[in-house]
Write a protein that binds this ligand. Structure first.
Ligand code: B16
Ligand code: MG
Length: 216
């Protein structure tokens, strides 16, 4: 068994719950176009890129837009979203997340962020977590979305470790698939029904210990 040397964390749904803000901003956009979508449908947007999220939402509303208009709509949604996340505070860090990042660092593990979000630097800054990461790989530095392993492979590279020395923490099915495709161990954050392909599934980082990584 190869020893784990690094932890790669997804952001939304693992460290913070920005899905609520994404939902509010996308809903506002859909409403401005004359339709609505449910919180259940919103589940499908978790871990999905901004561009792909818009395509899905327009599809739900039966609305067709040319590329230029799509770009404008995505930018408008992002303006509203950034307004919301600019007011985030450290109180919005999910239970156990900060303590687990600190436990990992104290155990000598390297830590990287592996997120689809182009807004991750702002979210880390607002929540006071920037210094907890040795590397940040996000929507600004990848060309292929999860389930492609690019974001996590770049994370491993930035940390100077091999993929099989990494464990990925993810709340999205596509994120677990990306970890597996990259040859990494994975911890699912959420329900075992949804994330059954992960090596282990817990409800949150408050349920994790560094010791558990040796059993993966
Ligand atoms: P942005 P993650 C993802 O974050 C979100 O889950 C997803 O809903 C969002 O569309 C995506 O980031 C892109 O975010 O519009 O801020 O670039 O789960 O990969 O940390
Ligand atoms: Mg996520």
């Amino acid at each position: 068994m190869t020893a784990i040397k690094a932890c790669l964390f997804d952001l939304d749904g693992v460290i913070v719950d920005t899905a609520v803000y994404h939902y509010k901003a996308w809903k506002q956009l859909a409403n401005s176009l004359g339709f609505d979508f449910t919180e259940h449908q919103n589940e499908q947007l978790k871990g999905v890129s901004r561009v792909r999220s818009l395509e899905l939402i327009l599809g739900w509303g039966g609305v067709t837009k040319i590329a230029d208009e799509q770009h404008e709509l995505a930018t408008l949604k992002n303006t509203w979203y950034v307004e919301m996340i600019s007011k985030m505070t450290p109180a919005e860090i999910l239970p156990g997340a900060k303590a687990y990042l600190e436990e990992c660092r104290a155990a000598g593990l390297k830590i990287a962020l592996g997120s689809a979000s182009k807004n991750s630097p702002l979210i880390l800054e607002r929540t006071g977590l920037t210094s907890h990461f040795d590397a940040v790989i996000d929507g600004n530095s990848v060309t292929k979305a999860k389930p492609d392993p690019e974001v996590f492979l770049k994370g491993a590279e930035a940390l100077g470790v091999q993929p099989n020395e990494c464990v990925v923490f993810e709340d999205a099915v596509a994120g677990i698939a990306a970890a597996i495709a990259g040859g990494m161990k994975s911890v699912g954050i959420g329900s075992p029904e949804l994330l059954g392909d992960a090596d282990v599934v817990v409800t949150g980082l408050d349920k994790m210990t560094v010791g558990m990584l040796n059993t993966l």
